[in-house]
Design a protein around this ligand. Sequence first.
Ligand code: ASP
Length: 302
Amino acid sequence: MNRTPVIVVHGGAWKIPEEEHGPHVEGCQRAAAAGWEVLRAGGSALDAVETAVRLLEDDPTFDAGRGSCLNAIGEVELDAIIMDGQTLRLGAVAAVRRIRNPVTLARLIMEKGPHNFLVDSGAEEFARQHGMGLIPSEELVVERERARWEAWRAGEGLYAAELFNSTGTVGAVALDREGHLAAATSTGGKPGKWPGRVGDSPLVGCGAYADDRSAAASATGDGEALMRILATGAVCARVGAGKSPQEAAEEVLALLAERTGGYGGLIVLDPRGRYGIAHTTPHMAWAVVTPDGTCRAGIRVR
Ligand code: ASP
């Protein structure tokens, strides 16, 4: 099969403060362009989503990698997943604290096996034994998040309680020249979360899913709600059954609201290169590079 490549990325669906719109758009645009460059040069969808998500993890604007929100005890704990639509292989990590790029550790787990999903110190030990450097946890903490957390602790902020309170989970879906799909999602989770809390993001069929026979999808938003409806599995199944990616994304978010009262955002891409972007939050940061190489990015408003 010879497809023209497509990549779609997101930088979270929440109430993005006005002053953070610019950095969100630029970050998504940079990530999508880098992922597209991989595809253009003949690289795989897996390489493209990993490249895009690594850039978003390194960008302190987003709630993934460095710059992530802090949990209840003031620490960063990271979750991520990557999935290959050709083989249905996947790798996932949760609650890691000393990993700069959780998406790359997820890929390492996928490739080296024998397991799919490692958490906490076991995941970090796996990283270490496979030559991935561990970093001091504090290197992931940025001043903005420390200040938000301190205000919350002092009872001044709504860090944990406010609706749409996440700070920019990231994700990417891609279609390569061979016609293969891949998806990846990475997050610091919800601000003020309980230590050890794992959301939807690293769970297969919840935070991400990819199957060449249906679609690739990445989710963001209220993790406790998203995991209850297997959000990305549900959206891919709908595309497999004949819905367009946009229709399927809107339907699943409507189902999310109806069945759980939760909110979120989805990006979806099918093997024909058709994509959908939908959200039920005030904002969603996104970028897409279409087959002709045009990169578009923005903040969707609802
Ligand atoms: N879904 C993420 C979580 O619940 C947060 C987000 O996407 O904003 O951990």
